[in-house]
Design a protein around this ligand. Structure first.
Ligand code: OGA
Ligand code: MN
Length: 298
């Protein structure tokens, strides 16, 4: 079967069919998917009823995986899934719904803020792959915003202003926006801010994009309130409806996105009542943004 890519939006998102993720893919199929990702930034693979092992094997076709439990506040013994997974479900290690005031649940509510996965790591991630194993009927959409289109739409003055800015990203800044501000010393060390360029160029296409996330709390050289007001304004601009593909989940969708050229968020839903079992693998990035020449062309 041939890999087929069908756009779902003018600039971002496409459906990818003609592949069976339960089996090893040919190098040609992997290359076609990677090209699809470079162009569309988000690919939806429908009807892929896969195991954790199959998800890991498919993810590894695109690079090394992130395998540290660094992106949440689950403690030893609280993990439901293996170290290759970010558990973005609403379940505890026994598969039970997290209670309303459970600390892990409250931390995960941060996924409702616009973000790019692992922008709080250096180097930041390449791809995320999210497999929908149990999808509630009234489940939330996941929305994806095209950070290339958002960059292109800036006026010349703003483009010049953002060109060389460096931001500090931390999970403490995004959670802080929701009033989640209590962190142990160990967590403070784990979530220490990292530096990222605000404008980055895609390593293959050379296209520039805004590297935004709610994880940003500081712009180097700027007063904090000015930086936060500016980032808020940029996020508002970058998430205008015309830049957004909203994904409606069906069971066994696998959605893959390029964190280097998108932001995403999950919408609110009744997560203390309905099971939503979604499992994410994350392909590590290979270059820090800080050394990148922003106007590099492939
Ligand atoms: C993620 C994430 C969104 C969702 O997996 O990184 O933000 O739909 N999840 O659960
Ligand atoms: Mn995410």
């Amino acid at each position: 079967m041939e890999v087929q890519i069908r756009p779902l939006h003018p600039s971002i998102g496409a459906e990818c069919t003609g592949v069976d993720l339960r089996r090893p893919l040919s190098p040609d199929a992997v290359a076609a998917i990677e090209r699809g990702m470079d162009q569309r930034a988000v690919l939806v693979f429908p009807k892929q009823d896969i195991t954790d092992e199959q998800q890991i094997a498919f993810s590894k076709d695109f690079g090394r995986l992130e395998t540290t439990f660094g992106g949440n506040v689950r403690r030893a013994g609280e993990h439901r899934l293996g170290k290759e997974f970010a558990d973005v479900s609403n379940l505890d290690q026994h598969g039970r719904l997290l209670a309303q005031n459970d600390r892990n649940r409250m931390f995960n509510l941060g996924n409702q803020l616009w973000h790019s996965d692992s922008s709080f790591r250096s180097p930041p991630s390449k791809y995320s792959l999210l497999s929908g194993r149990v999808i509630p009927e009234k489940g939330p959409d996941t929305e994806f915003a095209d950070m290339r289109a958002a960059y292109d739409a800036l006026d010349a003055e703003t483009k010049a202003r953002v060109e060389n800015l460096v931001c500090h990203h931390s999970l403490m800044y995004s959670r802080g926006q929701l009033g989640f501000t209590e962190f142990s010393d160990e967590e403070k060390a784990k979530f220490k801010p990292v530096r990222q360029r605000l404008v980055r160029a895609h390593p293959v296409t050379g296209r520039k994009s805004l590297f935004l996330a709610s994880h940003i709390g500081v712009i180097e050289g700027w007063p904090v309130p000015e930086a936060r007001a500016f980032i808020r304004d940029l996020i508002e601009h970058a998430t205008r409806r015309e830049f957004v593909y909203a994904h409606k989940w069906r069971p066994f969708d696998l959605v893959m996105w390029d964190n280097r050229q998108t932001m995403h968020r999950v919408r609110r839903f009744d997560d203390t009542r309905y099971v939503r079992d979604v499992r994410r693998t994350t392909v590590a990035g290979d270059a820090p943004t800080i050394e990148q020449v922003a106007d590099k062309v492939a």
